[in-house]
Write a protein that binds this ligand. Structure first.
Ligand SMILES: [Mg+2]
Length: 227
């Protein structure tokens, strides 16, 4: 069955893992305290601050205490929903101010443009929030790439290493699983996608092989018409 859609991971696949860990997360940690102090009155921010108070069972925590809790969560890499939401808001401000630009490998930019032009539907599946995904591509070093994409999926569709998540995404896309090519740098994600019936291609940007899957080191080596 010919491929009609391409579903891609971001970190390690379209974009450098180091962009997320060395640029995005430190940026959020650095700017979160002042952001919270300045925007605590904004309804969407206040809602997340209340969620922090609830999650940490400190209903009386003042803004400075909430900031302390948030920085603690960042230090222990806790994936708490209000933290993710606030990080997203900090990033949005940074992208809009031109202080952040999403990293996308040039070979990925070129291929995504060519595939879109050739009529393939493009989708993203990443553990980063959909808001964060849109910012990376919408405010990328290569400009606004968001018109290339037909949809975004995050872990609200399920964990990335479970076949059921890929079944849900297949239903949402509205194609047969075999018409979707999934790209990732993590073998367990490729395994799960294949179990759900998708075609797979592994990205190993430093070289090497993702066991059991066709593996390339650049998007330039991927030909979606050959699956
Ligand atoms: Mg990845």
């Amino acid at each position: 069955m010919p491929i009609k859609a391409i579903l891609t991971d971001i970190e390690g696949t379209t974009s450098a893992v180091s962009f997320v860990f060395d640029v995005l997360f430190p940026y959020a940690a650095r700017h979160l305290p002042d952001f919270v102090r300045q925007q605590a009155g904004r309804a969407d921010v206040a809602e997340q601050l209340d969620a922090v108070r609830q999650d940490s069972h400190e209903p009386q925590a003042d803004v400075e205490r909430v900031i302390e809790i948030l920085l603690g969560w960042i230090a222990e890499d806790r994936k708490a929903t209000p933290l993710k939401a606030l990080q997203g808001m900090v990033w949005e401000q940074g992208y809009k101010a031109g202080q952040l630009q999403g990293h996308v490998y040039p070979d990925a930019v070129e291929a995504l443009k060519a595939w879109h032009q050739a009529g393939f539907q493009l989708f993203v599946y990443s553990s980063g929030s959909i808001q964060a995904q849109k910012l990376i591509f919408g405010c990328s070093e290569a400009g606004d790439l968001s018109p290339l994409f037909s949809g975004y999926f995050d872990t609200t569709s399920g964990p990335k290493r479970e076949a059921q998540s890929y079944q849900r995404i297949t239903q949402a896309i509205g194609l047969e699983a075999a018409q979707i090519l999934f790209l990732s740098d993590i073998v367990e994600e490729l395994d799960a996608a294949r179990e759900a019936g998708m075609a797979t291609c592994g990205l190993a940007r430093e070289g090497g092989t993702l066991t059991g899957h066709q593996t390339v080191d650049s998007f330039a080596s991927i030909d979606p018409t050959r699956y």
